[in-house]
Write a protein that binds this ligand. Structure first.
Ligand code: BTN
Length: 324
């Protein structure tokens, strides 16, 4: 349980609370209040103190714990219930099991690290300490054919959040890779439990290399802290992702896919580029022209033929006169 002094400071973080008031409300001596504040500071809580005014909580430690993530989280449902692990095989696997047990939409599963993190197309997802590994349970009232949009909207939400929170201009490589220039920073794995015409639940899993050291990441991957040249607060960034996710999910429920496609096009680094797509036993090469209403990538081949790709791996091919 959260110490009473911390709970009080969290609830009243918009202003200072005097030592006398804390002592009265928590029913401990003034000396004990001071001791608690010292202990909390040692744990990483930033508590300002001013003579005659008292104490004010400014920041919480950057740990992916329910009590820190939920502090000042302005969402209605996403992340309002949180299950956290120091270490887990995969947050997607854990969230899937919890969804089967009936946990509600908006439940977030987070971990400081994963021992068997999963990526798209059966790949592994390296999950060293310092990253964000999170999976959200949602129960959308849609048919399975619309589920690719949940992946696209998550990629948009993550991109918006990273750009807004860190100032780093990441883009989306089709369908859902988060890139900064040529380095992969994050990815999304959406898993669904559905019947022919109805979705029971969807797990939206996202992994972001935030303060991860390059040594723990595979070749071609980068981390936000390396790009920014400083550590980035994961709790704040995760909150921002949840806010954008909830807002785009709301838009999706109102307008279905139209608004999401517009945003995805805006954030894409794939459209307009020459691409090589490894898809189902063949490699398609051409110019990525658009993404269609089913979330498929439309590629114009050199022979003029337009091909639709629903799943695969995209490589951006450098034009001969393109700067590196
Ligand atoms: C990809 O780009 O291949 C998708 C990577 C998705 C990784 C995240 S980390 C949190 C969640 N749990 C997992 O096992 N995978 C996703």
């Amino acid at each position: 349980m959260e110490p009473a002094v911390l709970a009080l400071l969290k609830k009243n973080s918009a202003h200072f609370v005097s030592g006398e008031e804390i002592s009265r409300r928590v029913r401990i001596s003034r000396a004990a209040v001071w001791k608690q504040v010292r202990r909390l500071r040692a744990q990483g809580y930033l508590i300002e103190s001013l003579p005659h005014r008292g104490y004010c909580l400014q920041a919480v430690p950057d740990c992916l714990l329910p009590e820190e993530i939920s502090w000042k989280l302005p969402t209605a449902s996403f992340g309002q219930s949180i299950v956290s692990f120091e270490k887990i095989s995969s947050t997607n696997t854990a969230a899937y099991t919890l969804a089967e047990q009936g946990l509600p939409e908006g439940t977030l599963v987070v971990a400081e690290r994963q021992t068997a993190g999963r990526g798209r197309l059966g790949r592994a997802w390296a999950s060293p300490p310092g990253g964000i590994y999170a999976s959200l349970i949602i129960r959308p009232d849609i048919g399975p054919e619309l589920s690719p949009f949940l992946t696209l909207l998550t990629a948009c939400a993550v991109t918006q959040a990273v750009r807004g929170y860190s100032g780093i201009r990441v883009d989306i490589k089709w369908p859902n890779d988060i890139y900064y220039q040529t380095s992969k920073i994050g990815g999304i794995l959406t898993e669904m439990n559905a019947e022919m015409d109805c979705v029971h639940f969807v797990i939206i899993g996202f992994g972001l290399n935030v303060n991860s050291s390059a040594a723990g990441l595979p070749a071609g991957a980068g981390s936000l802290s390396d790009i920014a040249g400083k550590k980035i607060n994961r709790v704040g960034l995760l909150q921002e992702i949840l806010v954008h996710l909830e807002s785009l999910y709301g838009e999706f429920r109102q307008e279905r896919h139209t608004s999401i496609l517009g945003r995805w096009r805006e954030y894409s680094c794939t459209l307009g580029r020459r691409v090589r797509v490894a898809a189902h036993h063949e490699v398609i090469e051409g110019v990525a022209e658009d993404i269609d209403a089913a979330g498929a990538l439309c590629v114009r081949e050199a022979n003029g033929k337009r091909r639709r790709v629903l799943s695969g791996d995209v490589e951006l091919v450098r034009e001969p006169d393109q700067p590196s």
